[in-house]
Design a protein around this ligand. Structure first.
Ligand code: 3HC
Length: 289
């Protein structure tokens, strides 16, 4: 059984660890401190317990998946991983420091992949132990529910690296798409302008928050309206990716909506901050405008 290393036990990292364990991989789940990695595993235990309650998985499968996840407080334990996926905070300096650390223990054939949603893979590869064995593997939130993984190759990524990560992604039961290393890759290149435009529409008084969301939800058959989805992703993340699109292409069509900037400056980052376009402090989200 192959061992997968996951660095970062937050929402994305825990999701990646969960689906990897459910697919039969042994998983080493690392965070900056052991208690954070353990908290990530505790979240996975809850998610798996819900799946048992709903009779989606058997208790034995839950127990096997949980037993195959080892939480650790450093990347030093990743020496026998065939693939290490970095799913840490979306800050380049943090990712570079992680690559330097994991580079000290990574096996000679092991692959390092980043779940970055926006940082150019070719640039990140410069900090990886071997750019030929480095690439982007972009999961979507919530990882256990979303059926897609984007694979992004940098300029130096070897064909064998892409093929191995594609095999892993398919073993998780996900569909894969291959994207070139262009700002936003595929999904965020298309999604973020829509979310940003919803912010422009709200700021310009085109309609109320609820009507913008309802219009897109029912008129486009999307599971969530764009403002609800922006809150779900995190308004800071949406702004960050929109800026990558704007700066990476130099095209003014990607300029961030002033209202989005204002919400982020207010610290209203969305669901995780309990306040974004909606207020999440009560049982039901309430529009803030
Ligand atoms: N983890 C695991 N399962 C979850 C979950 C979570 N966080 N949230 C919901 N689910 C499951 C539920 O258990 C339920 O499963 P069931 O059908 O087997 O009972 C199913 O998903 C549907 O959930 P709910 O009935 O509670 O609610 P919804 O029908 O509203 O679905 C949703 C919730 C799946 C989040 C849906 O609203 C959705 O798909 N929204 C859009 C999500 C999206 O677009 N994600 C991509 C964001 S972009 C991104 O990640 C890229 C990054 O770079 C920015």
């Amino acid at each position: 059984m192959q061992t997968i290393g996951v660095i970062g036990a937050g929402q994305m990292g825990a999701g990646i660890a969960q689906v990897s364990a459910q697919a039969g991989f042994r998983v080493i789940l690392a965070d900056v401190a052991l208690d954070r990695a353990e908290a990530g595993k505790a979240g996975i235990a809850k998610a798996l317990a819900r799946l048992v309650e709903k009779e989606k998985i058997a208790e034995d499968d839950r127990d096997a998946a949980l037993a195959s996840i080892e939480p650790v407080g450093s990347v030093a334990a990743m020496g026998d991983c065939a693939l290490v996926i970095e799913a840490a905070t979306e800050r380049e300096a943090i990712k570079r420091a992680i690559f330097a650390d994991v580079g000290k223990v990574l096996g000679a054939d092991a692959i390092l992949a980043s779940n970055t949603s926006s940082i150019p893979i070719t640039r990140l590869a410069q900090a990886a132990p071997d750019p030929a064995r480095f690439m982007g593997v972009h999961f979507f939130n919530p990882v256990p529910v979303m059926g897609l993984i984007e694979l992004i190759r940098g300029l130096a990524t070897a064909d064998a690296t892409v093929a191995a990560v594609e095999d892993y992604a398919k073993a998780l039961g996900k569909q894969v798409v291959r994207a070139n290393d262009a700002p936003g890759f595929i999904v965020n290149r298309v999604l973020m302008p829509m979310l940003n435009e919803a912010c422009f529409a709200l700021g310009e008084g085109v309609a109320t928050m609820q009507d913008i969301d309802l219009a897109c939800q029912l008129g486009l058959n999307h599971p969530m309206g764009p403002l609800t989805l922006a809150d779900f992703i995190g308004l800071d993340t949406c702004l960050e990716i929109t800026r990558v699109l704007f700066e990476g292409t130099g095209d003014p069509k990607f300029r961030p909506a002033p209202l989005l900037v204002k919400y982020v400056e207010a610290g209203w980052f969305g669901r995780k901050a309990k306040r974004g376009f909606y207020d999440y402090s009560g049982a039901v989200p309430v529009p803030t405008r």
